[in-house]
Write a protein that binds this ligand. Sequence first.
Ligand code: IMP
Ligand code: MG
Length: 181
Amino acid sequence: MSVEIVADRELIASRVQAIADDLNDRISDETPLVVGVLKGAMPFLADLTKAMAADLEVDMFGLTRFGEGGKVSLAIDVGTPLEDRHVVLVEDLVDTGLTLRSVWSMLEARSPASITVVTLLDRRARRLVEVPVDHAAFVVGDEFVIGYGLDWEGRYRNLQDLWGVLDLTEFAAAPPALEQV
Ligand code: IMP
Ligand code: MG
């Protein structure tokens, strides 16, 4: 098969806990606002916030892509004012960094006290622009990744493990049923 598990749910859980521990050390006496990017970051954000000790708030926002170069606009805005808040931005995957750069600028324009960037996956070999990633659960290579929030054509977000697609052409020709077990 052209697809295999690259991180199973136990490994994901231990990495999520490690990042939560780091954040718990950094964030002691403030009420952080944890902000996730729809839709890919949802499972990661849910598990991460459950593992965080801080008294925190959660919000989400959604993006629409337009034009070239990873330009994005807000399709669903953050409901919470960001001014003077310590924001923890939760992403699914930072690839070229173009999306994160746009998102960062949009958030920064609202004058938060700080922005800490947390991503589930960091494909840093493909970075085109420098972006501040403070915590990454996993560094990945070129393979396309699905599961635990990440999709192919809108599917597979609900898989509990992370799967790497070895041959995307073969995969797309006959997308397999990767059931939850
Ligand atoms: P960037 O602007 O190139 O950094 O794009 C990052 C975005 O592309 C991520 O937030 C994902 O939504 C999407 N993406 C990139 N690689 C993958 C992948 O391997 N699987 C699923 N989505 C991906
Ligand atoms: Mg995304």
